[in-house]
Design a protein around this ligand. Structure first.
Ligand code: NAD
Length: 492
């Protein structure tokens, strides 16, 4: 991402015409932002210019917030069936552009194209459908003594999203907020804002009333902070780094907004001591996949592998073989497991973490500094594994957000749980054992919002969210919908 303050008519480089955006969407209209500044979006696969989006100002954000405010009462009063119909119509418009979206998001984020289609496009489509279902399902009313407890939409909501699963994150917020009867201002990441224009076009084509959904692209410090402080918004739903989430929460406190935060993670994958050799091989091979999904640019990535001390050499041998079998390459080539990272800045941050790991005394088992051979162009990083990692090392404490796996050892189950819980994050985790009951008992001791037992797959209807500094609130399914509802007691 590069910021340009050049005028609107400056000549542009190689970006496809369809990816050149100079307008934001406010009050049902594609409108010129206050300033002509723009964000140049880079193709992660070859470092060329992919497209452009406006770098809108705080005043633009405020304009969008007041449009959302004005539209709220009428939208909150629409029949749930109408909201559901509009969400399904938006989904149909998006579905008609599945291939185009998968191509675009692979270029924005670096994810291999087949995975993009399934995760970056089909998952949000399924969430749009789920949001429509939730709208008509409503929220149950309850009686407590003489009181009737009702649920109402929370109001106008600012949604601020990251770049790693850009469309998915936008939909996980906006679709559920709209379903609940809230109006929305979406501010996507400046690293990957282009797919949000496709989403907005689908919403516009579906015919949502003016002001119900607004798109403002720009930086976090300008547009994001303006939304967090806006008196016109009742809630901020934020996904991103813990540092930015803390800033958003501080700013939102000035107007006592509700805040939902989906932040970073440093999740542990605990391999218990009862696995036989065959099962250990399966579990460790899967552990590599669960650490490196989306090249490690995943908030729930299981980046700390906790293994019994006496199995360490065996684990290292399996990990080495599993990593050697991974194909790192162009997301559009067949059979590729890992593409590049989304940006030069992220690639450089990950390189710095690899340097820090070695400097702290961790032992490099595979990978290391530099790009994979032949992948000097594009933001590629070598899949890297450190062993002899102590729980207090920075690489065991901090989120790296790249393909870097740390192996730690433990002697007792209690020690494994203490190491797993010994970080400021609490987003996800995993436990493997031949005894599912034992694995579940350990899962209950982890202070995290999710835990996968024995290789269980991701469930998009189950709530996702963090304990501790991984966040506040939950997304997806019923819990994600209820985030956007207020509670009222009517005494009778
Ligand atoms: P980031 O914090 O840099 O940016 C996220 C969004 O916040 C962007 O839209 C950015 O413009 C905006 N932003 C940045 N500073 C801001 C500020 N001061 N005020 C308001 N908005 C601001 O994060 P990123 O690098 O885009 O994404 C990676 C991070 O997101 C990782 O830490 C990852 O763990 C986290 N993440 C969490 C989840 C989850 O569900 N918990 C999901 C995906 C990503």
């Amino acid at each position: 991402m590069t910021l340009h303050s050049a005028n609107r008519h400056a000549p542009r480089r190689s970006a496809a015409p369809g990816l050149q955006h100079d307008r934001i969407y406010i009050d049902g209209t594609w409108t010129e932002p206050e300033s002509a500044a723009s964000i140049e979006v880079t193709d992660s696969t070859d470092e060329r210019t992919l497209g452009r989006a406006p770098a809108a100002s705080a005043a633009d954000a405020e304009r969008a917030a007041s449009a959302a405010r004005r539209a709220f009462d009428a939208w909150a009063g629409t029949a749930a069936a109408e909201r559901a119909l509009l969400l399904r119509s938006a989904a149909a418009h998006l579905a008609a552009r599945r291939g185009e979206l998968a191509d675009l998001i692979s270029r924005e984020t670096g994810m291999p194209r087949p995975q993009s289609l399934a995760v970056q496009v089909d998952l949000p489509l399924s969430n749009l459908d789920e949001a429509a279902r939730r709208a008509t399902g409503g929220a149950a009313e309850e009686r407590i003594g003489r009181s009737l407890i009702v649920r109402e939409p929370v109001g106008a909501v600012g949604c601020i999203t990251p770049w790693n699963f850009p469309l998915h994150q936008s939909v996980a917020k906006a679709a559920f907020a709209l379903a609940a009867g809230c109006t929305v201002v979406l501010k996507p990441s400046e690293i990957a804002p282009l797919d949000a224009f496709v989403l907005t076009e689908a919403i516009a084509e579906a015919g949502f009333p003016p002001g119900v959904f607004n798109l403002v692209t720009g930086t976090g410090t300008e547009v994001g902070e303006a939304l967090a402080t806006s008196p016109d918004l009742d809630m901020i739903s934020f996904t991103g780094s813990t540092a930015a989430g803390k800033r958003v929460a501080e700013l939102a406190a000035r107007t006592v907004k509700r805040v939902a935060l989906e932040l970073g993670g440093k999740s542990a994958n605990i391999v218990l001591d009862d696995l036989d050799d065959a099962r250990l091989e399966l579990v460790i091979t899967d552990a590599v996949r669960r650490a490196y999904g989306n090249s490690g640019q995943t908030c729930t990535a299981l980046t700390r592998l906790l293994v019994p001390e006496h199995r360490l050499r065996q684990v290292e041998a399996i990990v080495t073989e599993a990593v050697a079998a991974l194909v790192v390459g162009d997301p559009f080539d067949e059979g590729v497991d890992l593409g590049p990272l989304a940006s030069a800045a992220q690639r450089d941050r990950v390189q710095e973490w690899i340097r820090i790991g070695s400097a702290e005394g961790a032992r490099l088992v595979v990978g290391g500094l530099g790009a994979p051979t032949g992948r000097e162009r594009g933001f590629y990083v070598r899949p890297t594994v450190f062993s002899d990692v102590r729980p207090d090392m920075a690489i065991a404490q901090e989120e790296i957000f790249g393909p870097v796996l740390s192996i730690l050892t433990y002697r007792t189950e209690d020690e494994a749980v203490a190491i797993a819980n010994g970080v400021r994050y609490g987003l996800s985790g995993a436990v493997s054992s031949l005894d599912p009951g034992r694995a579940e008992r350990v899962a209950r001791r982890l202070r995290t919002g999710q835990v996968d037992v024995n290789g269980a797959p991701f469930n998009p209807r189950a709530p996702l969210g963090g304990y501790k500094e991984s966040g506040i609130g939950r997304e997806y399914g019923r819990y994600g919908f209820e985030e956007f509802l207020e509670i009222k007691s009517i005494q009778r």
